[in-house]
Every structure is written in C-alpha cells, then in structure tokens.
Write a protein that binds this ligand. Structure first.
Ligand SMILES: [Zn+2]
Length: 174
C-alpha cells in the first residue's frame, strides 16, 4: 500500500516546492547559512523511522535536498575523499548524503547533518511541523489498518498547510 497526502496535484505541488526551496535557501544564505536553521536541518535529514515502522518520507525533504545540492553558487561542497560527505562552505558543518530508491514512486534522499557549527539563527523544531506537499508512506508487509492508524497520528504531527504557512514556519527566527 502506498499513501500520499495531496495525490491529485502532486506534480504541481512539487514544482511549487522547487521554487520555494530555492527561495528558502537564498533567504538562509542572506542571514548566514541554512545550517543555522534547525528546521532546515530537520527536514533535509528527515528520519521517518522515528515515527512509524513503515517507510515514511516527505516531499519537502526530497526537494529541499536536491535544491541544496544543486544550489548555485554552491554552499555544500563535496569532500574529495568521500563522495557522500559534504560540508557547508560558510560554517563547515558536515552532511552525509543518503539515497534509497525503493520503487519508481518511492525515493528517499537525505542530508544528515553532524552538529551544526553555525550560530543558531532559526527557531527550534516544534510540533506540529507543517508541510505543504506532505508525507508519503509505504509498506507491503503491514496491514492497511496498521498503516491507517500511523497515518492518522502522522497527519497530526505533520499537518498539510497552505504554502505561505509552510514558508513562514521555515523562516521563523530564534
Ligand atoms: Zn553552514
């Protein structure tokens, strides 16, 4: 079973997220760097296994990770000795890049950060953590009822909200 929040306009939502992610990174870099924002680090390093036994990820995470890696001028610099290790050009915080493809529709990309070396500028992570495009979950080995139960709890923890509310949450300062 595979479940997406916002099934109907997924492609449209992803397109909007690409622009939004680029704007967010520009905003962070204007202040210091994305590493100074705990909500950015949380989303790019999203650990679905903390919330459910099924595979869980967010559209925001995938898009934010690819935007961060492709951002021009680059702020994440690949280490010469290890191609999955990146460090921030500005504060030197290190990130490990993780990519898992489970199916055509289920891809997880993450940038898991070590402790941030940047002076904190953004507000701490708080729940509910609002998302614009939202979560996706899959697991062939669990019953639909079990996944449905998790989904209910997850939608409360990560509610889908209008775009401007997501952007506001991501930009709030300390
Ligand atoms: Zn940094």
């Amino acid at each position: 079973m595979q479940k997406f929040a916002q099934e109907t306009s997924k492609d449209e939502a992803l397109e909007v997220l690409r622009t939004t992610s680029n704007d967010l990174i520009t905003f962070y870099l204007h202040i210091s760097c994305p590493c100074a924002f705990p909500r950015f680090r949380f989303l790019v390093g999203f650990e679905g296994s903390q919330y459910t036994n099924s595979l869980l990820h967010t559209f925001e995470s995938n898009v934010l990770v690819s935007t961060a890696l492709d951002y021009d001028p680059a702020f994440l610099i690949q280490e010469e000795t290890n191609e999955t290790l990146f460090s921030c050009r500005i504060c030197k915080t290190q990130y490990t890049y993780i990519y898992d493809q489970y199916s055509i529709n289920f891809e997880l990309t993450r940038l898991v950060s070590k402790e941030s070396k940047a002076l904190q500028e953004g507000a701490a992570v708080e729940f509910p953590f609002p998302l614009f495009a939202g979560l996706y979950i899959t697991d062939g080995s669990r019953s639909e009822d079990d996944i449905q139960k998790d989904w209910k709890m997850l939608e409360e923890k990560f509610p889908q909200v209008p775009l401007r509310e997501f952007i506001h949450y991501m930009k709030v300062r300390t």
